[in-house]
Design a binder for this molecule. Sequence first.
Ligand SMILES: NC(=O)C1=CN([C@@H]2O[C@H](COP(=O)(O)OP(=O)(O)OC[C@H]3O[C@@H](n4cnc5c(N)ncnc54)[C@H](OP(=O)(O)O)[C@@H]3O)[C@@H](O)[C@H]2O)C=CC1
Ligand SMILES: N[C@@H](CCC(=O)OP(=O)(O)O)C(=O)O
Length: 417
Amino acid sequence: MTVSKVCQDAAEASAVVTQLTTEQKDRLLLDMASAIEQHQDAIIEANARDVAAAREAGVSATLVDRLTMTERRMAGLTRAIRTIVDLPDPVGQVVNGWTRPNGLLIERVREPLGVVAVIYEARPNVTAEVAALCLKSGNCAVLRGSSMAMETNRAIMAALDTAIAEHPDVPAAAVQLIDDPSREAALELMRAKGYVDLLVPRGGAELIASVEQNATVPTVIDGAGNCHLYIDGTADRDIATAVTVNAKTSRPSVCNAIETLLVHRDLAADWLPGVLDALAEAGVEIRGCAAVREVWPKAVAAREEDWGTEYLDLVLAVRVVADADEAIAHIRRWGTSNAEGIVARDIDIARRFVRQVDSGSVFVNTSTRYSDGGEFGYGVEIGVSTQKLHVRGPMGLEALTTVKNVVWGTGQTRVVA
Ligand SMILES: NC(=O)C1=CN([C@@H]2O[C@H](COP(=O)(O)OP(=O)(O)OC[C@H]3O[C@@H](n4cnc5c(N)ncnc54)[C@H](OP(=O)(O)O)[C@@H]3O)[C@@H](O)[C@H]2O)C=CC1
Ligand SMILES: N[C@@H](CCC(=O)OP(=O)(O)O)C(=O)O
C-alpha cells in the first residue's frame, strides 16, 4: 500500500477513533497487551533476524542492544501498555472555563489531534508504545520505524492487528505500519499534508534536517540528545559520583545518556580522578580537556568536535570549568535541548542553572536518564521533544491532544459598538 493511501485511510479512520469512549479504548489496549504476549515467540524470532542482520552490517554493540527484544523487555512493554490503561483519558477534559459578563460560558476542552505519524529509531518497543499512546488519546497512528527493525516491527504489528480485529468498533486503519523501509516513503509521509495532523520525527541530525527541509505537515522535533551533566563545586560528592556513573553507563545508547561531563575546577584534583576510574572500570573511554589530562593522564585528548558529538556509546567527553556560568555557556553552545543535569548543594546555583539552560528537561541532583515517559508517569512517551512548541521533553497523552474552545450561550447575540 502506498504511503499516501495509508495516510488517507488513517484520516478516514480518525473520524471514528476520535469518538471512541474511554472504555472502548481501554479494552482495546488490554487486548493489545495480551496479543503481544501471545505473539511473543514470533516477535522474538523476528527480532533475532533483525539483530543478526545488524551485527553482520557492523552496527555497534550499544545500538544492537537498543534493537534487541528480550523477554524482560517484552514484559516491560506490556506492563507499560497496561499502565496507560490506568491513566486518565485526556479527551473531554475541561482544561479551564470561565463566564463572561454577558453570561457566555467559555470552556477549553481537550480533544485528539486526529492522525499522529512517528518516524522512529531502531527500537521496536516504540511500535507498540506509540500505538497505545495514540489510541488512548483518541488518535490514529501511522508508524514508520527503522529499516533495521523492520522484521520485528512487522511481527509486533501483526499482534496489534489481531487485537484490533477483535474490536468491530475500531477501524483497521487505527494503527498502521508503513511497510516500506525506503527514505522515499519517509519523505512521502513528511508531505502528507491534509492527512497527517502531527508528525513526530524521533532521531538524529540527518532525519531532523530532512524533516526541516521537506515536511509540509505539522511537526514536533524529537531530536538528538547531546546531554550534559555539570558537577558544581558545592556538590555532594557521593551523589555526584552515583549520578555521573548512572547517567553515562545505565544505557549508553539512549538519547538521555550524558555525552559530556562538566566539572567545577575545585573538584578536579580530588573528586574527578575517582569518578573517572569508576567510569573506566565500567568500560567508558574518557576524552578530556588539558585540565582533565593533568589529573587523569589516561584520558584521550578531547578535540573540539567531541563537545558536539552524541556518542550513544561508552565514550564520555570531560571538561573542567571555572564555575557554573562557564558550564551554562558550554551547554548553550553545544547542547541539543534534550536533557541536562546539575549536581549542587547550593540551591541558588541550581536555580540559576535551571533558568539559564535551554533544554526540554533539567535535572537537579539526579540523573538525566529520568528523561523518559515511563519515569515521568506517562506510561511511555511518543518521544522527547527538543523544541519549545507545543510541548517540551517527554511527550505523553496530553501532548497528543489539542484544546477546543466551546462557548455555551443562552441566546446572546454580539452587539457591535
Ligand atoms: N528526542 C527523542 O525522543 C529521541 C531522539 N533520538 C535520537 O536519535 C538518534 C539515534 O537514533 P538512530 O536510530 O541512530 O537515529 P536515526 O536518525 O538514524 O534514525 C531514526 C529514524 O529516522 C530514519 N531516518 C534517518 N535519516 C533519515 C532521512 N534522511 N530521511 C528519512 N528518514 C530518515 C531512520 O530510518 P532508517 O533507520 O531506516 O535509516 C529511522 O527510522 C540519536 O541522536 C538520539 O538522541 C532517538 C530516539 C528518541
Ligand atoms: N524512553 C527512553 C528515552 C528516550 C528514547 O527513546 O531514546 P532512544 O533510545 O535514543 O530512542 C529511555 O530512557 O528508555
